[in-house]
Design a protein around this ligand. Structure first.
Ligand code: ATP
Ligand code: MG
Length: 747
């Protein structure tokens, strides 16, 4: 063996051992920042350079396209040149295999890959034909169910056998079976099929399996802790012959159980591959002593984990700083100010990362950073005001102000789906051109509506009615009431709720967070819709800088996996936000959140700063907060700052936590108590919006009323939908009763 000493001289003993252990199953189980990914990269370079392995004989699988790209770069730099090897995500690897052999499974090799939008259309058509009630069985939840089944290799038939023929189960079975049939008929596969069909291909055709087993003499998988059942089978099947499989991972960083990741894959590796060598990397090269100790003091609270220790030869470094902000604005202001202060001569903006729990939190940081002219980029996500759902709702609001805004009308005409395709849309635009009137006018014409398909005609009619109504009444409504009204009456919110999946929830979160933007504007005395829209327009195109440029990184904790930064900020350390309120009910959920916290802390190389807001408005709902369980779990010696929890004294979890006369109006409840509603801001924001949809109240002359915008007044006359009210301050107003935000005052 011609070992290249130079290339490995900086590796430690265990890392070198892992690089040199090329034969047989190998598990590198190690904590964060211990060089797992680097070791894997070196191992690939070693195989090619020193062992004479051909690049095409190696398969390296990673979790995201970004990680695959980075790994390829690192390998190529170690080998001084491009390599032709498979460094791919699971989906990409499977797609390549299926393109060559799909006919074994009865597809042609030019099969189509359906993205989630295509799949939805398929399920929708089935639901319609089978006359299934969409309210009871939303499309997205059916699709989610199908995906769950596929992840666990459950066919329609096995589903039926296992779950029986109850009403619900029967519907799911029927839809699933027909869905499979439809896709097959169209020579199409969905994303789950890519994995599942590859596994089936291997089971069905020994010759094909044999070919790949021979070809891939060396298989490596990064982030193995986040593989699901089918991915696991794929890896297992391929590795069976040569058994040169190396998986690396950290059970403490499994953060995708909600998407089917199965932590037992990594915990059972030694059972699955008898004789496996296990190498533990114990030196952390990434973080300072204090950061590492903080990470440990948190993760140590998880019960289901393999004990691991990590040490570092780095200095203790600075303590973790903690700032208890007044509110989320103050929190964002503080973080921007700190970044400005810390970014001295030998630092770059890209050395700083703000890692938050939910996308909706990004907005305040975007604003506070731009206020200081600090460049930033939102990684793995879109800047808040550029998000589709925000732009859509802004378009609706623009139409309320100005119905002739054709650009906005075209934007939302089929958002949510109203059955108006591109062709129809173009025809309508052309018609408006011929008639020399605005598109809005054309669409308001009953004859034009009648000319559309029954569904589209009805939908357009409703849309025009809603927009006209809000346009006419806009002077009599608060912006927040217009916004909530639009969310309800355009069907936008319902469409997202019906998606009933993570994507829908996250878009809904962003929309509900927009209520905070409006609330803030109104709190400052703002009352003009055009002025508000102008403000938003300005905010949305603050510096359109190049995303590859040197900039502060904003992203969710989930997308930060595998990455590292000199300075990390973790905002929103509050119970109900992080850990999320949903996780607090289940021990498993809480453990997964805790792993996410561990992932976050261990991204930091030099400095970590955590913050929380004592009063937080999220989704337009404000409430006092309690500092995160995870903060309380951290060894207080590692923290400096103003942790209220550090000063109180109360027994929790059998441990002693200091508490002083802390005047949080939120009653203090030990963890595990019922902290449901005030923390479920999203739920209560949703309910608040829905509540506005209630049937209008019956009013009669003489009633005393309260109006959100005009305050108290007396009803003078009610005539059809028009109610005339004499307001104490605003004088006489004629309002549309069905949307006026009126409450009766009982005397
Ligand atoms: P994660 O669990 O977060 O994915 P990891 O275990 O994959 O982390 P790497 O990202 O490979 O860790 O390495 C963490 C940091 O440590 C990197 O900056 C890497 O360059 C550095 N590093 C790894 N091994 C060594 C070593 N032997 N000597 C010096 N630095 C090292
Ligand atoms: Mg890694």
């Amino acid at each position: 063996m011609t070992q290249n000493k130079d290339a490995f001289s900086h590796l430690n003993k265990e890392q070198r051992e892992a690089v040199l252990t090329t034969e047989g199953p190998l598990l590198i189980l190690a904590g964060a920042g211990s060089g797992k990914t680097s070791t894997m990269t070196h191992r690939i370079a070693h195989l090619i350079k020193d062992e004479g392995v051909e690049p095409w004989q190696i398969l390296a699988v990673t979790f995201t396209n970004k990680a695959a790209g980075e790994m390829r770069e690192r390998v190529e730099s170690l080998l001084d040149g491009p390599v032709n090897m498979w460094i791919l995500t699971f989906h990409a690897a499977c797609l390549r295999i299926l393109r060559r052999h799909a006919e074994v499974l009865g597809y042609s090799n030019s099969f189509t890959v359906y993205d989630p939008v295509d799949c939805k259309a398929v399920v929708k058509a089935i639901v319609k034909e089978e006359k299934i009630d969409e309210k009871q069985f939303p499309i997205s939840s059916l699709l989610g169910k199908i995906s769950d089944c596929k992840e666990q290799e459950i066919t329609p038939q096995t589903y039926r056998t296992a779950f029986g023929t109850g009403y619900r189960e029967d519907v799911i079975f029927r839809v699933y079976e027909r869905y499979e049939h439809e896709l097959k008929k169209n020579n199409a596969m969905d994303f789950d099929d890519l994995l599942l069909n590859t596994v089936r291909l291997f089971e069905r055709d020994e010759a094909v399996l044999d070919q790949y087993q021979r070809r891939f003499r060396y298989i490596m998988v990064d982030e193995y802790q986040d593989t699901n059942h089918v991915q696991y089978k794929f890896v297992r099947a391929l590795a069976e012959k040569h058994r040169n499989i190396c998986v690396v991972g950290d059970d403490d960083q499994c953060i995708y159980q909600w998407r089917g990741a199965d932590i037992t894959n990594i915990l059972d590796f030694e059972k699955d591959f008898p004789g496996a060598k296990v190498i533990k990397l114990e030196q952390n090269y990434r973080s300072t002593g204090n950061i590492l100790a903080a990470a440990h003091s948190v993760i140590a609270n998880n019960s289901r984990r393999k004990a691991k220790k990590l040490w570092t030869s780095a200095d203790e470094g600075q303590k973790i700083t903690y700032y208890r902000a007044e509110d989320e604005k103050d929190e964002a202001r503080y973080i921007a100010q700190e970044i400005d202060r810390l970014c001295t001569i030998d630092r770059q903006w890209k050395d700083f990362a703000v890692l938050y729990r939910t996308n909706a939190q990004s907005r305040n940081f975007e604003e506070s950073l731009s206020r200081r002219d600090i460049p930033y980029r939102v990684v793995g996500g879109v800047r808040y005001y550029e998000r589709k759902e925000i732009k859509d709702l802004v378009a609706y609001m623009r139409l309320v102000e100005n119905p002739d805004d054709e650009l906005s009308l075209l934007r939302i005409l089929n958002e949510p789906k109203r059955g108006i395709g591109n062709t129809t849309r173009d025809k309508l635009t052309a018609l408006a051109g011929v008639r020399q009137e605005s598109l809005f006018r054309t669409l308001s014409d009953p004859d034009v509506q009648d000319g559309l398909s029954a569904k589209a005609g009805k939908a357009v009619h409703e849309l025009m009615e809603t927009l006209t109504k809000y346009h006419d009444e806009r002077a009599n409504l608060l912006i927040s009431d217009i916004y909530d009204g639009l969310l309800n009456e355009t069907g936008y919110m319902k469409a997202l709720e019906d998606m009933n999946n993570v994507e829908g929830d996250s878009r809904l979160e962003n929309l509900l967070e927009f209520r905070t933007v409006i609330e803030d504007y109104q709190k400052e005395g703002g009352d003009s819709l055009p002025e508000f829209l102008e403000k938003i327009a300005l905010l949305s195109d603050i510096d359109n800088h190049d995303p590859s440029e040197n900039a502060v990184v904003l992203m969710t904790l989930h997308s930060a996996k595998g990455l590292e930064f000199p300075f990390v900020f973790m905002p929103g350390m509050e119970d109900g936000l992080f850990p999320g309120w949903r996780a607090q009910d289940s021990p498993d959920g809480l453990e997964e959140e805790r792993r996410l916290c561990y992932v976050g802390i261990t991204r930091a190389k030099e400095r970590l700063c955590m913050t929380s807001a004592s009063y937080r408005t999220l989704y337009g709902k404000g409430s006092y907060t309690r500092e995160s369980t995870f903060l309380r779990e951290m060894d207080p010696k590692l923290l400096v700052g103003d942790g209220v929890f550090q000063k109180r004294e109360e027994v929790m979890h059998g441990r002693s936590v200091k508490i002083d006369g802390y005047s949080n109006p939120e009653p203090y409840r030990p963890f595990g108590g019922n902290i449901g509603s005030p923390y479920d801001r999203m739920g209560s924001a949703k309910r608040e919006v829905h509540a506005k949809k209630k049937a209008p109240i019956a009013l009669a002359a003489g009633d005393k009323v309260f109006h959100n915008k005009f305050g108290e007044g007396l009803v003078i006359e009610v005539s059809g939908n028009v109610v005339s009210v004499m307001f104490d301050k605003a004088g006489l107003k004629k309002l549309a009763a069905d949307i006026a935000p009126l409450k009766k005052i009982q005397e």
